[in-house]
Design a protein around this ligand. Structure first.
Ligand SMILES: [Fe+2]
Ligand SMILES: [Fe+2]
Length: 308
């Protein structure tokens, strides 16, 4: 069961008279298991893949401790878009499609399954396409500066997860948020506090707490619309870098309107985004060449292969 005090830290209302919404959500998230923790194997996979010297044997050993995760990885790895041939073991999958791809599959299946029980009136296909695309792009953006730390894909995948709970528990407010954000062309996050006092980024951080993912991933989700927040500056780890990478990736996805209605409309070239400029100051950029249309096509392929 999630710790109420821990969740409270994220669910602080920005509009005092709407504190009831934050309190209601906290109660709901603590009252029943809405978002169960990721499997121990998926969490361990996240940990060990942060070590750049990790071997295929280690990855295989961790995945094999979880039969569900093993089945998912083999099923998705065998589908077209990945190896496009029949794979029967994790070792074979690792050999054929590589450690990184297996890790992506494990995270995506692990995360998406946690939300399938939420009832929704909305077609979330576009939401998951956006999430998978941002996950891929967060990796690409981070790798323009330094080798991947293993947390990028997961942070991108979870960045907007707060919207799922928001729509599930506050469907009328969610609809109003989408309408108002579309009218103002400003993105959900700018209008959410008017309706429920908290943002999907705050709810996303609470979800990450329930999933028990790494703190860097949690902070990147929490601050993906506010990567220059003072709360991140004091963090000695990768949190600020990761939050800025997710923020740039989110803007890139929004250039091509790969998102649900009411998303932020970005019209500045990405080199002029403050988040990108921050990253460019932070470290030497090795260059970022992207064909966004083909990234979307790959994200679409991934999504149909995940088959959740
Ligand atoms: Fe967001
Ligand atoms: Fe987003």
């Amino acid at each position: 069961m999630p710790d109420a005090e821990k969740l409270k830290k994220y669910l602080v209302s920005r509009t005092p008279e709407l504190q009831w919404a934050a309190d209601k959500l906290q109660k709901l998230m603590c009252g029943e298991v809405i978002i169960p923790p990721m499997s121990a194997a998926a969490l361990k996979l996240g940990q060990i893949s942060r070590n750049e010297n990790v071997t295929m044997e280690e990855i295989s050993k961790v995945i094999s401790t979880d039969p569900g995760l093993t089945t998912d990885c083999i099923r998705v790895a065998s589908s077209s878009g990945f190896a496009a041939r029949r794979i029967t073991s994790i070792d074979q999958a690792l050999m054929l499609i590589g450690m990184k791809q297996i890790q992506r599959i494990a995270f995506a299946c692990g995360v998406m399954k946690k939300f399938t029980h939420l009832k929704s009136q909305v077609d979330w296909g576009k939401f998951w396409l956006h999430s998978v695309l941002v996950a891929r792009l967060t990796e690409r953006v981070a790798e323009a500066f330094r080798p991947s730390s293993g947390s990028e894909y997961l942070a991108g995948l979870l960045h907007d997860s707060g919207k799922l709970l928001l729509e599930h528990y506050f469907p009328e407010y969610f609809d109003s948020i989408v309408i108002r954000a579309t009218e103002r062309a400003c993105g959900h996050v700018a209008v959410e506090p008017e309706f429920i006092g908290i943002t999907h980024a705050q709810i996303g951080a609470a979800i990450c707490e329930c999933l028990q993912v790494h703190q860097e991933v949690l902070r990147a989700v929490w601050f993906h619309h506010d990567p220059f927040n003072q709360g991140l500056t004091s963090q000695p780890d990768n949190s600020k870098f990761l939050a800025a990478c997710v923020s740039v990736a989110d803007a890139l996805a929004n250039y091509l309107h790969t998102n649900i209605s009411g998303a932020r409309i970005v019209d500045t070239p990405f080199e002029e985004l403050p988040e990108w400029q921050f990253l460019a100051q932070y470290q030497m950029c090795g260059g970022l060449e992207l064909d966004l249309e083909s990234e979307i096509a790959r994200a679409q392929e991934d999504l149909s292969a995940f088959g959740i």
